[in-house]
Design a protein around this ligand. Structure first.
Ligand code: HSE
Length: 399
């Protein structure tokens, strides 16, 4: 018997799923233990020249009502209509594998519950870190650990832009254009550059690790659009790379603090060397100490690889292997406010305001890193007092 699946959306990721599936069909079938085929591709556009033109449909109900389709790859992006389609598939007992981080970050609890109730799978390995296996390792391979912190570079577009600014002194706008051409950026790249995409991904990780749904609205998020080339150069002179870091830490009071913000990552930390479209995720646990996951965080085939991995998993198992992941939580009092964030800080201030040792000075002011840790409020007060041109926290290796 052949396992039939459908692909919802034929954009960058959806077309990658079709391409990679037919390229590696034989080995995929061997690993799945059964013959497989794509029965439908859903898209509102026409693709008359596609070798798979006969598989296209514009009508979701054709897929929903075809009992031969047991699995669906959702690659449309956005909450609607993806949520309606995915929920309907799960309620019909069709497993869904998605690359849609917005969907998982906003509705993951509901969809996991629907999958559990209807005896099928809701998988989302591709929603975080592109090609990197991180969801299943966190849920299964590291399940014996008490995980206290996860931190990473979770957006390929911003990491690509920061790398171009650092290596080639390329302007922010030119680097963003290139990232869009390479298929890394979201449809609206504001989601990348303002940190919303990384925020959705740290929400998914936080929910998975700490067991309660963390919504994007509860997470402090700052992107990279305000980063100046001067600070990229000064951070380098002080021994750091600027990275957009998404992290979640369990505090001593038991609350968790998820946040997304540009940070200086010291060169001795392995994350400072993660460049271009690559992502990295550092997991801190009592058994593992720290483990890093690294790979391509965006792009057609890297993301398709993760989606198809899930489709194969869904075809192999008809039990719900992620269903115990996390529960709904309207009350977000388990999340600490960003004011509880504490770190060493980088400042760039007018030269006459600075009499600190180790500062680097030039025409753009004096740049230095505090010896002591400051809370968020203390850092803001210091920046105001010194008329700072820029200030950013420094990433700390261990919590
Ligand atoms: N726009 C996203 C990124 C795509 O740049 O990381 C992968 O989620």
């Amino acid at each position: 018997m052949s396992a039939k699946f459908a692909v919802l959306g034929h954009g960058v990721v959806g077309s990658g799923v079709v391409e990679l599936f037919y390229k590696n069909k034989k080995s995929i079938e061997k690993r799945a233990g059964t013959e497989m085929d794509i029965k439908y591709i859903l898209d509102l556009r026409d693709f008359p020249d596609s070798p798979y033109a006969d598989k296209f449909t514009k009508d979701f109900n054709v897929i929903l009502n075809d009992d031969e389709v047991t699995s669906v790859a959702e690659c449309m992006g956005g909450v609607e209509p993806a949520f309606t389609f995915v929920k309907a598939c799960l309620e019909k007992g069709k497993s869904v594998s998605t690359s849609n981080k917005e969907l998982v970050a906003e509705k993951g609890d509901i969809l996991l519950a629907a999958a559990k109730e209807h005896g099928c799978n809701f998988f989302f390995e591709a929603s975080v870190g592109g090609a990197i296996p991180i969801i299943r390792p966190l849920h299964r391979c590291l399940a014996a650990n008490d995980i206290s912190r996860v931190a990473g570079i979770l957006n390929g577009t911003t990491n690509f832009i920061l790398t171009k600014m650092y290596n080639d002194h390329m302007s922010f706008a030119d680097a963003l254009k290139l990232a869009q051409e390479l298929g890394y950026a979201e449809k609206d790249p504001t989601a990348d550059v303002e940190g919303h995409d990384a925020c959705r991904k740290i929400c998914i990780i936080s929910s998975l690790v700490f067991g309660k749904h963390v919504y994007p609205k509860s997470v402090y998020t700052k992107g990279i659009s305000q980063i100046d080339l001067v600070d990229v150069a000064d951070a380098d002179i002080l021994g750091n790379a600027i990275k957009l870091v998404a992290s979640v830490t369990r505090l001593e009071n038991g609350k968790i603090l998820p946040a997304v913000m540009p940070m200086l990552v010291p060169y001795e930390n392995i994350m400072s060397g993660v460049n271009d479209v690559f992502n990295a995720v550092l997991v801190y646990g009592d058994g593992i100490d720290q483990t890093m996951f690294y790979g391509r965080g965006a792009g057609k085939l890297p993301t398709a690889s993760a989606v198809l991995g899930d489709v194969i998993e869904a075809v192999k198992h008809n039990v719900t292997v992620l269903s115990q992941s996390w529960e709904s939580s309207e009350d977000d009092s388990f999340i600490a406010p960003v004011t509880e964030f504490c770190a060493r800080w980088y400042f760039r201030v007018p030269e006459d305001k600075c009499n600190c040792e180790g500062a680097y000075s030039d025409d753009n002011g004096a740049a230095f890193i505090t010896e002591e840790k400051l809370t968020w409020a203390e850092a803001e007060a210091k920046a105001k007092e010194m008329n700072a041109f820029a200030f950013m926290p420094v990433f700390q290796s261990a919590s």
